[in-house]
Design a protein around this ligand. Structure first.
Ligand SMILES: C[S@@+](CC[C@H](N)C(=O)[O-])C[C@H]1O[C@@H](n2cnc3c(N)ncnc32)[C@H](O)[C@@H]1O
Length: 329
């Protein structure tokens, strides 16, 4: 991201002016308070790491970035909010599958990966380019995607709904048409696409950059997670479901859609996932190793029961997708 002398903090929205052109705050676009909290927060740590890299790259090259509009993600999705300009992000080195820190590295790598993948993310849903896997597989994919959408639409959403790790907002118009939706993601580039999608549907929602692991600041009526739980390492599943429970009011609705392991589900040039990790390539050849856990419906039903959820229903659409719903106690 470019250096900005004045900006609204990406995390808390507070307006801030830097004191000098090499202030880290201006590179991270975080206010000093949020910079101070980076030790406990994955997203803030990620922004600071990026900011340090970008500041030292600019110092080495002697380049001065031109000021660009701030990333206006902490606002309602209205056509007035234009897309922010950003610099391409550097790829993280792939984690070694056998190394003890592979899962931790892969969790960190995910934000970089999805930020870089945002412009091509929807190719996966739409079976375009490297994701086109032949007419028969693609027809099955589209039929199951429709079926997952109908399932989501059939749940009785109401009131305030939160969508964590919402990405480019594939499911957000459906949710925004059913309640007051807040959608969060760590990737500003993904949220830009989500905003465009909502605007195209003439729908409103609150879009904020936010770590999916951040403690809830309120309790809401519904929580939706699309293809996020498969990015939660096995060792952290209980921790995440406890956090999901804290997001919900009593009887609040939890629902998620996620991946089943199928060779035709990913791009043609992606190797088979192994050890709960997956090597991903972007169209330009950059590679990232990310967490990808294929939980079974039974595993998830057990974990949700242990986390105290009730009315748990975990099923599949056949080959490609898991659909799971539950209620907070
Ligand atoms: C597989 S995509 C799912 C996007 C969307 N929910 C969907 O169903 O299409 C995973 C998303 O998680 C986001 N993400 C990764 N790590 C995150 C974190 N720690 N906090 C918030 N979002 C994160 C990525 O930016 C990406 O948009």
């Amino acid at each position: 991201m470019p250096f900005l002398a004045s900006f609204s903090c990406l995390w808390c929205g507070t307006a801030h002016k830097v004191r000098s052109p090499d202030d880290l705050e201006g590179w991270a676009q975080l206010c000093p308070d949020c910079v101070g909290k980076a030790g406990d927060n994955g997203f803030l740590r990620f922004r600071l790491r990026q900011a340090l890299t970008e500041r030292s790259a600019a110092a080495t090259s002697g380049e001065v970035e031109s000021e660009a509009p701030p990333v206006a993600v902490d606002a309602l999705a209205t056509p007035a909010l234009g897309a922010a300009t950003r610099q391409p992000m550097a790829a993280s080195p792939p984690a070694e599958a056998g190394s003890p820190n592979a899962a931790i590295d892969a969790e960190r790598s995910m934000v970089d990966y999805y930020e870089a993948r945002a412009p091509e993310y929807d190719d996966w849903y739409l079976r375009r380019g490297r994701y086109a896997r032949g007419a028969i597989h693609d027809a099955a994919w589209h039929a199951e995607l429709d079926s997952a959408g109908r399932w989501l639409d059939g749940l009785n959403w109401r009131g305030e709904i939160v969508e964590l790790a919402a990405g480019t907002g594939w499911w957000s118009p459906l949710l925004a048409s059913r309640g007051e939706l807040s959608l969060y993601d760590a990737s500003p580039a993904a949220l830009d696409r989500a905003r465009e999608r909502l605007v195209a549907h003439d729908l409103r929602a609150h879009l904020h950059v936010r770590d999916a692991w951040a403690e809830p600041d309120r309790a809401v009526d519904g929580l939706f997670l699309g293809f996020w739980l498969s990015h939660v390492p096995r060792a952290r599943l209980g921790e995440f479901l406890a956090l999901a429970r804290r997001w919900l009011k009593p009887d609040g609705r939890l629902a998620f859609i996620d991946s089943l392991p199928d060779p035709a589900s990913s791009a043609a040039d992606h190797p088979e996932p192994a050890n709960d990790l997956s090597l991903r390539r972007l169209a330009d050849g950059r590679e990232f190793t990310i967490v990808k856990v294929f939980y079974t419906p039974d595993e998830l039903a057990d974990a949700l029961g242990q986390a105290g959820f009730k009315d748990v229903e975990a099923t599949t659409t056949g080959r490609f997708f898991l659909t799971v719903s539950a209620r907070a106690p």
